[in-house]
Design a protein around this ligand. Structure first.
Ligand SMILES: C[S@@+](CC[C@H](N)C(=O)[O-])C[C@H]1O[C@@H](n2cnc3c(N)ncnc32)[C@H](O)[C@@H]1O
Length: 497
């Protein structure tokens, strides 16, 4: 029998959200001068946590931190509790609860409170209750995160939402609703004036909707509730509840923001500038970080703030022996972005970081012994390289194996995700990695620390034979492929032994 809460009938597929990782929140807050908590020993609350995937991955990765997840759907919370039990995670707790009914005193206080995919999708009266929880449960130096649909970009989305809702108003079965909604949209795209701006715009929306899972389309595009916000409206709400805007959770935003040109004499007010940019880029989604309004937020990126952080980068260099002099050296990312530098300490630092990949190096270890002036030049370069996306910053010391051991062992949580049929796994660097090939998923699952390379090769030959009974598989080639894939696991931060 259907329940009276739609998420119980159609559970939402959950993933890991790197934007909500306490390492990311704390790093960004520290860059803005906030003395945010150590992610390795923090307390974090997630509102609307779905089936708990995000919190479970964090609880696995950060055993000395504690996590609490709240969700109204019994189906989600039961699945989350079962997973915590099966994974033996005692540092995460899941509560089946309406956020409007949550008792702040019983929940306690947290360093980080996050709500991903909740705020735009709840009825109007729930939003103040969400902010009340932040106001009552966030420590004084705590960091909040809320994601929401944004305007003006979502005006375009509203057009297709309206069409799909109109077409499916008399259909109750969720799958039929999704199929009928998409089919109707296809008809409208065909009926629109050929090659008009309107047709192109609808077609682009249709393309994006067709790529989502039916569950996502059902909850996101056919949702009865889907309220986008102008940034200015959102900051008004923040202020009303005692908070101030910090930044967005995507580090790449910082670089784009720095490069953005405002009209001469445009307001220096952060809200006005953010709103202007949203208008210019047609923004449709925000992942906003905020903190108490009494904290001193410093938006000038002071290079010295990077000092205590760790940096990681996957970079190819054209020469490693010219770091001592001031000959130019180029560093290239896997996407082909290239930077050429001649400052010796910066070149040496970047080379050390590239050599350490996928591990992150503490910046104090790189600039620690250098004279102050030189160190400041390197910190300045690193600030720019971070904002340009060449470097990843962390305040957490990540724990994983970067080499292949005799009996490789992959993250128990990632293996659990594969076991449960997921096509994406959480890495120990806090990212979500899509596993497109089932054979790779199988290898990850089998790498449980009990099998050596020959055992893994034999198991993979048997697995391949199931799919390719006709073809003779070469054991030598399979062993090379196993080693290659294990190295890829190591580089992605998936190995614990
Ligand atoms: C769109 S899903 C997002 C789930 C997950 N955070 C994600 O982004 O994948 C919204 C979640 O919020 C939960 N939810 C909706 N209203 C709620 C309320 N009033 N109190 C607690 N949870 C709620 C739903 O059950 C659902 O799991």
């Amino acid at each position: 029998m259907p329940s009276d809460f739609i998420y119980d009938d159609v559970p939402y597929p959950s993933f890991v959200f790197p934007q909500t990782n306490p390492d990311r929140l704390s790093t960004l807050a520290r860059m803005h001068g906030i003395d945010a908590a150590d992610p390795a020993k923090c307390r974090m609350l997630e509102l609307g946590c779905g089936d708990g995937t995000n919190l479970l991955s964090l609880a696995y990765m950060l055993p000395e931190s504690r996590f609490v997840g709240i969700d109204l759907a019994a189906t989600h919370i039961n699945a989350a509790k079962r997973s915590a039990l099966e994974l033996g995670l005692a540092n995460v707790e899941f509560l089946e609860m309406d956020v409007t009914q949550a008792d702040p005193a019983a929940l306690g206080e947290f360093d980080f409170i996050v709500a991903h995919g909740l705020f735009s999708w709840v009825p109007e009266f729930v939003r103040p209750a969400i902010f009340d929880l932040y106001a009552n449960c966030l420590f004084q130096n705590g960091v909040g995160y809320i994601s929401y649909n944004a305007l003006p970009g979502c005006h375009i989305r509203e057009i297709t939402h309206g069409m799909m809702k109109f077409a499916t108003r008399n259909i109750s079965d969720p799958r039929e609703k999704v199929a009928a909604g998409i089919e109707f949209l296809e008809q409208i795209v065909d009926a629109a004036e050929e090659d008009s701006i309107y047709q192109t715009m609808l077609d682009l929306e249709l393309e994006q909707i067709s790529e989502r899972t039916p569950e996502n389309v059902f909850h996101d595009d056919l949702s009865a509730m889907n309220r986008p916000f102008y940034f200015e409206e959102f900051t008004d709400l923040l202020e009303k509840h005692g908070f101030q805007y910090l930044c967005e959770a995507e580090p790449s935003e910082l670089g784009k923001k720095a490069a953005f040109k405002f009209p001469e004499g445009f307001s220096s007010d952060v809200t006005a500038r953010e709103q202007y940019r949203d208008f210019a880029i047609g923004r449709r989604f925000r992942t906003t970080l905020f903190c108490g309004k009494d904290l001193a937020v410093d938006r000038d990126f002071r290079p010295e703030r990077l000092k205590g952080l760790r940096f990681a980068a996957q970079l190819e260099t054209d020469s490693s022996d010219s770091t001592a002099n001031d000959a130019p050296v180029s560093f290239t990312t896997p996407k082909g972005n290239k930077v050429t530098l001649n400052h010796p300490l910066t070149k040496a630092g970047l080379t050390a970081i590239a050599d350490a990949w996928p591990r992150a190096l503490k910046l104090t270890d790189i600039v620690g012994a250098a004279n102050e002036a030189d160190a400041m030049v390197t910190l300045g370069y690193f600030t720019q390289l971070y904002m340009a996306g060449f470097l990843k910053a962390h305040c957490l010391e990540q724990q994983f194996f970067s080499e292949i051991s005799e009996r490789p062992e992959a993250s128990r949580f990632a293996r659990y995700q594969i076991e449960r049929g997921s096509n994406a796994v959480a890495t120990l660097t806090g990212l979500n990695l899509e596993i497109k090939d089932p054979a790779i998923g199988r290898l990850l699952y089998l790498a449980d620390g009990t099998r050596d390379i020959d055992d893994l090769t034999q198991s993979m030959l048997e697995f391949a034979a199931e799919f390719n009974a006709e073809e003779m598989l070469d054991p030598g080639e399979m062993k090379a492929s196993v080693l290659n894939n294990l190295q890829a696991f190591a580089d992605a931060g998936l190995l614990v032994g």
